[in-house]
Design a protein around this ligand. Structure first.
Ligand code: S3P
Length: 426
């Protein structure tokens, strides 16, 4: 794709597609519930479609119409042995959370993904699952494809997570639903808590005490309606666009405002961003509201510590905001970026450097000296949706033309990314 940078301003109202994390979980819990679950505003992105396909392979009837989904839940013991290898595509959330469920079934299964997923560590879920008595075997000790064999009894665990990860936490909680003994996950910092919230929505008695989440064998539970809030991680790109473009005024409606996800609002406000929240309400335990963003002059800040899990997917777009902010932005404690869809420290620094940004990679983050200027260049997304969305926006603000090698990957999380951007562009 070629983008001619015109330094637009952004005006108007949009709603972004449904939250990716909540969409995955709505399929997972709807499939394991007894009876019907209906989902509105579901994200029809490729990652969530991978989760749907995996459950279909295991005998769950799931019908899809526009952004609505209807699931005939089979109950926790109703999944069938898949006839082929389950395909998680590009989705870390699918492969990691499903592993916790598959480890507790009385059938053998195998789960795999695309070339990017095959480079992402699965030992982080296999090790604690195996400590619980599961039989989960990774390729080369660490990676997908993963073979999962039935195990008789799943034991409890009190697991201190070495790194904050909602995927790992959720995987263990899913296994905990099948265990007679208590499963307890102690987080170093609190990661997104959509699994816990959805459990409460379905009446599953999960206990949350500060950084510790626990549960043990749950009784059958029943299908429920779910409304998926707009994805704040998709909204983040339009938020940054509006923040850095003078004269912008954008309203993003019905966006998820779960406090474990709103680090982007805190970061942009600390950088001088003009952001207000309107019309807050709660739907299926999740906070939701409208976000208004106006263009303003940003300045550099230092970002690290316990905010990192709350912005982990937003760091590529924060890096772009920092190139347009006055002064130095330091991002640290973010080594997890190395094991995302691509190594996002390396990828962000490489590609923004090609566009003339003053950005230096660090082992746990990056340093960005804002120059207020980018120059069009030929850049690569590494097949990573968030790299694609960030670079496309960088192209809008750059002088001259930007050539992006592959923007199809953006369909993983926001199939209407460009449509919404065009609607706001003035
Ligand atoms: C997710 C958790 C995060 C995040 C990913 C979605 C989830 O990963 O980066 O995009 O839905 O649980 P980690 O749990 O590995 O931090």
């Amino acid at each position: 794709m070629i983008i001619s940078g015109r330094k637009p301003c952004f005006m108007g109202e949009i709603s972004v597609p449904g939250d990716k994390s909540i969409s995955h979980r709505s399929i997972i819990f709807g499939s394991l519930a007894e009876g019907e679950t209906t989902i509105e505003n579901f994200l029809m992105g490729e990652d969530c479609l991978s989760t749907i396909n995996c459950f279909r392979e295991m005998g769950v009837t799931i019908s899809v119409q526009a952004d609505s989904v209807r699931i005939q839940g089979v109950g926790m013991r109703g999944l069938k042995k898949p006839e082929k290898v389950l395909d998680a595509g590009n989705s870390g959330t699918t492969i990691r959370i499903l592993s916790g469920i598959l480890a507790c079934q009385d059938f053998e299964s195998e789960i795999d993904g695309d070339a990017s997923l095959r480079k992402r560590p699965m030992s982080r879920v296999a090790n604690p699952l195996n400590q619980m008595g599961a039989d989960v075997r990774c390729t080369n000790v660490k990676y997908p494809p993963v073979k999962i064999f039935p195990s008789k009894d799943m034991k409890g665990i009190s697991y201190h997570q070495p790194t904050a990860s909602a995927q790992v936490k959720s995987c263990l909680l899913m296994a905990g639903m099948y265990s007679d003994e208590m499963v307890e996950v102690i987080q170093p910092e609190i990661s997104r808590d959509h699994t816990e919230k959805m459990m409460l929505h379905f009446g599953i008695p999960v206990k949350v005490e500060e950084k510790t989440v626990s549960l043990c064998k749950v009784a059958p539970f029943y299908g429920k309606p779910i409304f998926v809030p707009g994805d704040i991680s998709s909204a983040a790109f339009y938020m940054v666009a509006a923040c850095i473009a003078e004269g912008s005024d954008v309203l993003i409606r019905n966006t998820g405002l779960n406090p474990t996800r709103t680090g982007i609002i805190d970061v942009l406000r600390e950088m001088g961003g003009d952001i207000t929240i309107e019309n807050e309400s709660v739907m299926n335990e999740e906070l939701i509201g409208d976000i208004r963003i106006k263009g303003s002059a940003l300045h550099g800040i230092t970002i690290g510590g316990d905010i990192i899990p709350r912005i982990i997917d937003e760091i590529p777009i924060i890096a772009l905001a920092a190139t347009f902010a006055k002064g130095l932005t330091i991002i640290r404690d973010a080594e997890e970026l190395k094991v995302k869809e691509t190594d996002r420290i390396e990828a962000v620094c490489q590609e923004l450097s090609k566009m003339g940004a003053n950005i230096i990679p660090r082992d746990d983050g990056m340093l960005i000296e804002g120059t207020g200027k980018l120059i069009g260049a030929a850049v690569k997304t590494y097949g990573d949706h968030r790299m694609g969305m960030m670079l496309a926006l960088a192209g809008e603000f750059a002088e001259g033309e930007t050539y992006i090698d592959d923007v199809d990957c953006i369909n993983v999380s926001n199939p209407v990314y460009f449509e919404l951007l065009e609607r706001l562009k003035h």
